[in-house]
Design a protein around this ligand. Structure first.
Ligand code: CA
Length: 433
């Protein structure tokens, strides 16, 4: 397993001459995530976040500031070609950027290409050809399973197969794009026939997204030992879910209209390279759980294939915002609640010869902690709609109401290293049309 190595770009002592970058919650010089942005009056182009600024990578490539391999693929309006580069070229780009932002002698060349992030519009970072969503958050799978099967929450395949389904790429949107409450079929347990109307059980799901880098040819599986070579980076992902539609439609083929009306992601690709200091051992499987099958097992993956990321979810109602109240934190938990690693997800997805392509997006599935304070959906927090959550205004929530704004946050932390964040992943719920 060739996990990206820690190098001088991760040095916590490395500082930046870019104002506000040092100690920035999300984007200090140790992060350097890539995205697609439009500066004021300008067209969409590649950029990298540094503090509260965005550096124009297209302009930098044209200006001869970047290594040739990366410069050659930074002219477009998506990052697919950048994601497709082999790790060594992405590392060379990261090292060059780290030098540009930390060496004050470079400021003359760099400063004209910096834009205030607040003035820019962020887009999806890639043309997402395919999106698949997994179900590897074991506490979430257990909690949801218990609602249907109290004595037997996990089905027998769960500990052998990284469970997943093919999602819908067309309705993925970056942070900030509102979510229109979907209409669909729902059937009350005691009703004979379904109704059609706006979802009454609109929920979120706290997930990580995995950006595919170099792909694999059709018919050629990705060996688990090479899976990390195909992961270019990570983002936050909110798999909005209409629980009432889901309960009615999911038998026998699985999620469909309950999930595909919109998916929100954080628009910055936090690179696999940036995550090097935040790799931790995969939690040991509980006593009695089966050993993963050989195509999913790799010692190095078990030793360092999990991610030290703290995840949080915040809710604010329209009334809370009008009254100037801070968002309410609904949960906080670790990303290490994944029963399968990102590498196992990738290896499994390609194990039958399915070709993954640069810019494909994989969701981990809802990442709930073991305890209630870290549950990653309202379905779990409200125990299927039975327990309501009090907001500071006195309003009550079991599921999302129109005007609610939901925000996910992620910060990677490790002793002795600068923390890095994932940026915004938020959206407001709009009334059904
Ligand atoms: Ca999901």
């Amino acid at each position: 397993m060739n996990f990206p190595q820690i190098d001088e770009t991760h040095d916590p002592a490395r500082s930046s001459w870019v104002e506000g970058a040092d100690g920035h919650t999300d984007f200090p010089v140790q992060n350097l995530p890539y995205g697609i942005f439009s500066p004021p009056g300008g067209t969409a182009r590649a950029g990298v976040a540094i503090g509260d600024r965005i550096f124009d990578l297209k302009g930098a490539a044209r200006g001869g500031l970047l290594p040739a391999a990366a410069a050659a693929v930074l002219d477009g309006t998506t990052l697919n070609a950048l994601l497709a580069l082999p790790g060594r070229d992405r590392i060379a780009l990261r090292q060059a950027l780290s030098t540009l932002f930390s060496d004050e002698r470079q400021s003359g060349a760099v400063e004209p290409l910096l834009h205030r992030a607040a003035d820019c519009l962020l887009h999806l970072p890639a043309a997402i050809g395919d999106y698949s969503d997994f179900y590897v958050g074991i506490h979430h799978a257990t909690n949801i399973g218990k609602l249907f099967r109290p004595d037997n929450p996990l089905l027998p395949n769960y500990k052998y197969v990284p469970i997943g389904y093919h999602g819908r790429a067309s309705s993925i949107r970056p942070s900030g794009v509102p979510v229109v409450r979907p209409r669909g079929q729902r059937k009350a347990p005691d009703a004979d026939v379904p109704l059609v109307g706006p979802s009454q059980r609109l929920d979120y799901e706290l997930e990580l997204g995995i950006w595919i880098g170099p792909g694999n040819p059709l018919g050629d599986p990705v060996p688990i030992a090479e899976a990390t070579d195909h992961i270019a980076g990570f983002c936050l992902l909110n798999d909005w879910s209409a629980r009432d539609f889901q309960a009615w439609e999911y038998v026998p083929l699985g999620p469909f209209l309950a999930k595909n009306f919109q998916t929100t992601i954080s628009p910055w690709v936090v690179t696999a390279e940036a995550m090097a200091p935040f790799r931790i051992p995969q939690p040991q499987r509980p006593e009695g759980d089966p050993q993963p099958l050989p195509y999913l097992w790799d010692e190095a993956d078990q030793a360092g294939g999990a991610l030290a990321i703290d995840l949080e979810v915040y809710l604010s109602s329209a009334r809370m915002r009008a009254e100037g109240l801070a968002p309410l934190r609904l949960s906080r938990g670790p990303a290490s609640s994944m029963y399968w690693t990102a590498q196992q997800i990738v290896a499994h997805h390609a194990s039958n010869g399915c070709d993954l392509r640069p810019g494909d997006l994989l969701g981990t599935g809802t990442l709930s902690a073991a305890t209630r304070d870290g549950y990653g959906s309202l379905m779990e927090l409200s125990e299927g709609g039975k327990v309501s959550i009090a907001l500071p205004t006195g309003e009550q929530r079991t599921f999302l109401e129109d005007g609610d704004e939901l925000a996910l946050k992620a910060v990677a932390r490790a002793e002795g290293f600068a923390s890095i964040g994932f940026g915004e992943c938020r959206a407001v719920i709009m009334p059904a049309r």
